[in-house]
Write a protein that binds this ligand. Structure first.
Ligand code: FAD
Ligand code: NAP
Length: 488
């Protein structure tokens, strides 16, 4: 909030008196000290000197890119952050084009320009394996229907890999294929009804989108291709896509944590895969702010005999409201019926990591519990090899424990499941475990159900907790494949 206030103060934060300048690489390199620091992101140069003390990752992180192109570093750490909006008052100008010899062909000049502006489109630079598996699409129509067929060439297609939005006449379909994503994006020739149907032929990898025409016009074309139409690129290089979701309920979980339920628009079809997060975007004091949150189930299912019926029309988020939190305070002020933008899911957890597991261990701290809910539910419901599932849940006090009742009930109901609460600031009389995560504490809890059993330990919480947990697990002899740390 302090930063946002400063950007609204009318001060010349960029230090160029309101005139944008062309910056050469030599000029950029000159501004590489804490007192005078310029950074280039995607071809635009920002004077981040006034932002130093506000950067959540600290000055040192920012200084890693001082006087250089920080695009890659930025993308590695928090590519979802809307720096254009956060840093718009710090904009110095664009990178100047490098002088090129006259003999260079026009195409290479424009290529150079794209590169210099950080805009070299990765979608054109596919590796051979990706090229071979590039999906394709086709479409046809009847009087009342438009059918778009995407041939993904993926044999185990499923609903979690297909995300379709169709708002007004804009259709966007995204298919996730491992680290790649295929997008079909068109401004449709004519209007269609809001509700549409997705059919997936899982074995042959065919995805059908059935749109209902609003009138029975004959369409000459499917529509005008939009920017990302028919592209197949690394997922990481795609901009996040958002749709507006309506807050339908907000219920208290503990004194500072609430369960928010957001309704997806009728015109969106997507399922959030286990272990993945989404980004929420909201305008706060005129600035776009984006934060990640991990969708979970509305409650902990107690009956795991039947596969649970997932509610794909709503997104449930359990969010801790921090007294000085920029985003969580704004979220808490949302009224029922208000909207917020929610992105496509992301994350590197794969269900296949749990398949065939015999012993599942979940180490969660505070709201780091959120990804564990779906992982636990999936393991108890669908992993036939599972013998034991143990949650070790670290909190400050008893009042901070999320869904304690439900967890205890589940432990009574399902003999495979056990929960241990560990408190760092217990009140007098707490008879349970206390302290912070450590190798000695973990070694007391982590027992394989049989020698050499297949184990997965998932860990999530504040970043230093997760780092320390991973180190403890290594010290206890767990291999990299036997652990999964949830991070951004
Ligand atoms: P900020 O304005 O960033 O911080 C204000 C103050 O709040 C800080 O000074 C600090 O005192 C406190 N604070 C802020 N963030 C943290 C933090 N991360 N740890 C400890 N103290 C903090 N949060 C949830 O509640 N539920 C989720 O499901 C969830 N999922 C996440 C998934 C991922 C992949 C990641 C990386 C984070 C997730 N978070 C989740 C954290 C969330 O993204 C925000 O960091 C958090 O809501 C705080 O945002 P804020 O803008 O309110 O706080
Ligand atoms: P919290 O209440 O502040 O802390 C929960 C427990 O973790 C406490 O017992 C605390 O002990 C312990 N802890 C904190 N820092 C530690 C450290 N450095 N070493 C060892 N133990 C530590 O937690 P919270 O406010 O709910 O925060 C939850 C965190 O989870 C957030 O940082 C959020 O970003 C993260 N999260 C990440 C994901 C994800 O990556 N996918 C998903 C959800 C949440 P002390 O009292 O001693 O500090």
């Amino acid at each position: 909030m302090d930063w946002i206030r400063l950007t609204k103060s009318g001060k010349d934060l960029a230090g160029v008196k309101g005139r944008l300048v062309e910056v050469t690489e030599e000029e950029l390199a000159k501004h590489s000290s804490k007192e005078d620091c310029w950074i280039c992101i995607r071809g635009f140069v920002y004077n981040v000197t006034p932002y130093m003390e506000y950067h959540p990752g600290g000055e040192e992180e920012l200084m890693k890119a001082a006087g250089t192109d920080g695009t890659d570093l930025f993308d590695q750490v928090h590519r979802w952050v809307n720096y254009e909006s956060m840093l718009k008052e710090c904009l110095v100008g664009r990178m100047a084009l490098k002088p090129v010899s006259v003999s260079k062909e026009i195409s290479s000049i424009s290529e150079e320009k794209k590169r210099l502006n950080g805009l070299l489109l990765e979608k054109k630079v596919l590796d051979a394996s990706a090229k071979d598996s590039t999906p394709s699409y086709d479409w046809f129509q009847t009087d009342s229907l438009i059918t778009i067929v995407i041939y993904t060439k993926q044999k185990d297609m499923n609903a979690e890999l297909v995300i379709v939005d169709c708002e007004d006449k804009r259709l966007r379909g995204e298919i996730i294929l491992n680290d790649y994503s295929y997008v079909l994006e068109v401004d449709l020739d004519h209007a269609v009804e809001e509700d549409f149907l997705i059919k997936i032929a899982e074995k042959i990898g065919k995805v059908e989108i059935n749109l209902k025409k609003k009138d029975n016009n004959h369409w000459k074309t499917l529509g005008q291709p939009l920017e990302s139409h028919n592209t197949f690129v690394k997922r990481k290089s795609r901009d996040l896509f958002y749709r507006k979701c309506k807050l339908v309920s907000k219920t208290e979980v503990t004194h500072d944590t609430k369960l928010f339920c957001f309704k997806l628009p009728e015109s969106t079809h997507f399922h959030i895969p286990t272990g993945q997060h989404v980004y929420l975007k909201h305008i706060i004091a005129g600035t776009e702010v984006v934060k990640p949150y991990t969708p979970l189930l509305p409650f902990l299912p107690l009956d795991f005999e039947e596969p649970s019926c997932h509610d794909s029309a709503n997104i449930y988020l359990m969010i801790k409201i921090y007294p000085s939190g920029l985003f969580t305070q704004a979220l808490d002020r949302l009224q029922i019926g208000d909207c917020i933008s929610i992105s496509n899911p992301e994350g590197n957890f794969r269900k296949s990591q749990v398949e065939a597991v015999e012993d599942l261990v979940l180490l969660a701290a505070g709201t780091g519990f959120t990804p564990m809910v779906k992982v636990l539910s999936f393991a108890l419901t669908e992993v036939v090899s599972l013998r034991t599932a143990k949650l070790i849940f670290f909190n400050k006090t008893e009042d901070d424990i999320l869904w304690r009742n439900q967890l205890e009930q589940l432990a009574l109901k399902d003999e495979r499941f056990e929960v241990q609460f560990v408190l760092s600031e217990p009140a007098r009389g707490w008879a349970g475990q206390q302290g912070r995560i450590s190798s000695s504490l973990l070694s007391g809890f982590l027992k394989r159900s049989r020698k050499d059993s297949k184990v997965l330990v998932c860990i999530c919480g504040p970043a230093p907790f997760t780092e320390q947990g991973v180190q403890c697990l290594k010290d206890l002899g767990y291999s990299q494949e036997e652990m999964h740390a949830f991070t951004a």
